[in-house]
Design a protein. Structure first.
Length: 307
């Protein structure tokens, strides 16, 4: 019986395809729940250092929230949301697909139950999958989000941004920050899925299966998984936001330069910039994501049992 305690119970054979569709639906739920705080996170992370005698534009999360609402209304909080909806849906589809594939590849037989290190490895594979889609999307999102706060409008929208980046520096311009996106997403994805499965195991009453988990339990496990994910992801995320929005040639040695400058100017704590906004967003957004995923999975298992 000792073996079963450590591992996750999985009733159904793993289907990467079902993971793909259910993950996409989870992604849509995540964007709706989390986008307002994402806008605030990027504005806080990229606000310029005040000149002597001036104060910061935003003193913190709540202040940024209030000012954005006052100046731009609710729409301001949902600025740049089309890009994430178009980007996040396939990205979460690919992310959950990668996790499903990673689990399936490690199974000797369909009813093999995976250990936590195996789940972590599957999660890391999903991080590699998502980076391919994620890096350009993130670069575009950050550029569009900061132009709203700097007031210089250079890009008319996501497609215009892609065109201009491509014109200026080819495919490399679009993929700027990929190594940092990998550094952020590979360990963070491992953490994300492992902590979710671990919490589901913890919350599943003895003798019951994961399918019997209540909605509050799924929301809690999903929300906490988001927090574990970001605890690992924030430092590389801060570096990435800086690097991807910096003018061409500012950091010739890539992220090493960004890291040196940040620590020299603002100390180690600056690697956790936007921490409150991220954590406030991580819980509801990922709770919504995993709940959407689980409900879509139940529906798919019922509608297409053999997919």
């Amino acid at each position: 019986a000792e073996q079963t305690v450590k591992m996750s119970k999985q009733p159904q054979p793993i289907s990467p395809m079902k993971n793909f569709f259910a993950g996409g639906f989870g992604g849509v739920c995540l964007v709706f729940a989390g986008h307002p705080l994402d806008t605030i996170k990027v504005r806080l992370q990229t606000q310029p250092k005040p000149k002597p005698g001036e104060s910061l534009i935003y003193s913190g999360t709540i202040d940024c929230f209030k000012k954005t609402l006052a100046k731009e209304g609710v729409k301001g909080l949902y600025k740049g949301m089309t890009a994430p909806i178009i980007g996040v849906t396939p990205m979460f589809a690919v992310c959950f697909f990668g996790f499903g594939l990673g689990k399936k590849l490690q199974q000797k037989s369909p009813d093999d139950i995976l250990t936590y290190p195996q789940l972590f490895a599957a999660g890391m594979l999903s991080g590699v999958f998502t980076t391919a889609i994620m890096a350009p999307g993130e670069r575009i999102k950050c550029l569009l989000q900061i132009q709203a706060s700097t007031g210089q409008v250079k890009y008319a929208g996501p497609m215009d941004c892609v065109k201009q980046l491509y014109r200026e520096s080819g495919i490399r311009g679009i993929y700027k920050g990929t190594a940092l996106t990998l550094m952020r997403d590979v360990p963070a994805s491992g953490m994300y899925f492992t902590s979710y499965e671990w919490l589901k195991n913890l919350l599943t009453p003895a003798g019951k299966s994961h399918n019997d988990l209540s909605i509050p339990s799924v929301l809690f496990a999903g929300g906490m998984a988001g927090i574990f994910n970001w605890a690992v992801a924030i430092p590389p995320d801060v570096l990435k936001s800086r690097f991807q929005t910096a003018p061409e040639g500012k950091y010739p040695n890539g992220f090493r330069d960004v890291l040196r400058e940040l620590i020299r100017e603002e100390g180690v704590a600056s690697l956790y910039k936007g921490f409150n906004a991220v954590m406030l967003r991580a819980f509801p957004a990922n709770a919504a994501c995993f709940l959407g995923f689980e409900l879509a999975m139940k529906f798919l298992n019922w509608a297409a049992p053999n997919l």
